[in-house]
Design a protein around this ligand. Structure first.
Ligand SMILES: [Zn+2]
Length: 150
């Protein structure tokens, strides 16, 4: 056994976890920018981005759904699909477009879909919106972590 260092308070742990999250987010953003036009997100990268945003912006309160990267004909970069499982709202899948041009936009789109996940699972109306009260209430918190919620 090592020397007993005492138990860290949970708020200290949370702060450290969030601090690591912001470092991770910066690295993930830089990664794609360096790779330039040849950058393509894969599922592993998407999961890392999800985890980092969850740790920072959402304080770890979301559960990562299946994340799918694919080609879309549709005119959007991301999509969050929610459904009711045993009468509980659950986000089952987040779909991300393979041709998102760079990691900064990728992170922004992921944050957007994660706000929808939060709205659906934890928000007061259990509905995905682009409304002031739920969706845009996350804008300042995202900005705090360098993410421009759009
Ligand atoms: Zn949306």
């Amino acid at each position: 056994m090592g020397v007993f260092m005492g138990k860290k308070t949970s708020s200290q742990e949370k702060r450290q976890r969030r601090q690591r999250g912001i470092q991770r987010l910066r690295k993930l953003a830089e990664q794609g920018i360096e790779d330039g036009i040849f950058w393509k997100p894969d599922a592993q990268y998407a999961e890392q981005v999800y985890n980092a945003i969850n740790r920072t912006v959402f304080n770890g309160q979301l559960t990562r759904p299946k994340i799918v990267i694919r080609d879309y004909n549709k005119n959007f970069w991301g999509e969050c699909e929610g459904m009711y499982v045993d009468n509980r709202p659950v986000c089952k899948v987040i779909r991300m477009h393979r041709w998102i041009p760079n990691s900064k936009i990728f992170i922004r789109v992921m944050a957007h879909e994660m706000v929808h996940q939060w709205e659906f699972e934890k928000g007061p109306y259990n509905r995905m919106t682009h409304g002031k009260r739920t969706f845009w209430s996350w804008k300042p918190e995202c900005a705090r972590w360098g993410i421009n919620l759009t």
